[in-house]
Design a protein around this ligand. Structure first.
Ligand SMILES: C[S@@+](CC[C@H](N)C(=O)[O-])C[C@H]1O[C@@H](n2cnc3c(N)ncnc32)[C@H](O)[C@@H]1O
Length: 241
């Protein structure tokens, strides 16, 4: 599906709405879409692709299906085995300290992990370290002021994280999976872009709204507006020599 396009965004959004009841359909579609985004910049056949914080491995499976050497790194064994046995070759590892030599990956891929780490800059530095010069880093995350920033408690996080959690518990009878400051962190688009652009080891290839149907590259350029309208920022970075 063409990116950006109304059809693509609509299809992804519909799948996302059914994420709870049809997770396989949702995550396979998302994985195909992300692999398409990567393939715009680099052929996947024969490439070494490291999926960091890859959960149960939907993205790694898609990369392998396209002929890449896909490696899955995930610190949480419950996530890793959420769909059954962990994918072959999966490694239990933290993104802060990957068991890889410098420059091992042609592509370092991280989808929706940055907002779950307390120190996003250190996390990114590790992705950069393991990517070869000229290789790509795919970094997508949901920022805090996105309508989905509060994850399962959204959009009530706009009224405060604690209030949103309390409401979630009252409505569902169970605690929310995410707690701000514990396993979810307030990442902002403007600050992240400034930090990434200040680095001398990566160049920004694209900074775009991951799912927007139009103006995907324009929205993240608008201070203020971008924090709400981007939904999920996709950064594709090239590792400099
Ligand atoms: C929302 S899930 C995203 C899973 C998958 N990448 C996706 O896009 O569907 C966040 C993942 O980040 C992982 N994670 C959290 N902290 C991490 C860390 N320090 N290093 C690597 N992964 C981490 C979690 O265990 C979880 O699997």
């Amino acid at each position: 599906m063409r990116d950006p396009s109304l059809r693509r965004s609509y299809t992804l959004f519909r799948a996302f709405l059914r994420e709870q009841t049809e997770p396989e359909h949702c995550y396979r579609l998302l994985a195909r879409d992300a692999a398409d985004q990567v393939e715009r910049y680099v052929p996947l056949t024969g490439a070494v692709v490291c999926d960091v914080g890859g959960g149960s491995g939907h993205f790694t499976e898609e990369f392998r299906r396209r002929g890449a050497h896909g490696y899955l790194f995930e610190p949480d064994t419950a996530e890793l085995t959420a769909r059954g046995p962990a994918p072959e070759g999966a490694v239990v590892a933290d993104g802060y300290l990957l068991p890889l030599t410098d420059g091992a990956a042609d592509v370092c891929f991280s989808s929706n992990v940055l907002e779950h780490v307390a120190d996003p800059q250190t996390f990114l530095s590790e992705l950069v370290r393991v990517t070869r010069p000229g290789g790509l880093i795919y970094l997508a995350f949901t920022n805090w002021l996105s309508p989905w920033g509060g994850h399962e408690t959204a959009p009530w996080h706009y009224l405060g994280a604690e209030r949103a959690r309390t409401r979630y518990r009252r409505r569902t009878g169970r605690p929310a999976k995410h707690t701000l400051g514990e396993n979810l962190f307030a990442v902002h688009i403007g600050r992240t872009l400034r930090q990434v652009r200040a680095r001398d080891d990566v160049a920004v290839v694209t900074a775009r709204s991951r799912y927007a149907p139009f103006l995907a590259e324009a929205i993240p350029r608008l201070p203020g507006v971008r924090e709400i309208a981007t939904w999920n920022l996709l950064l594709i970075l090239r590792r400099l020599p």
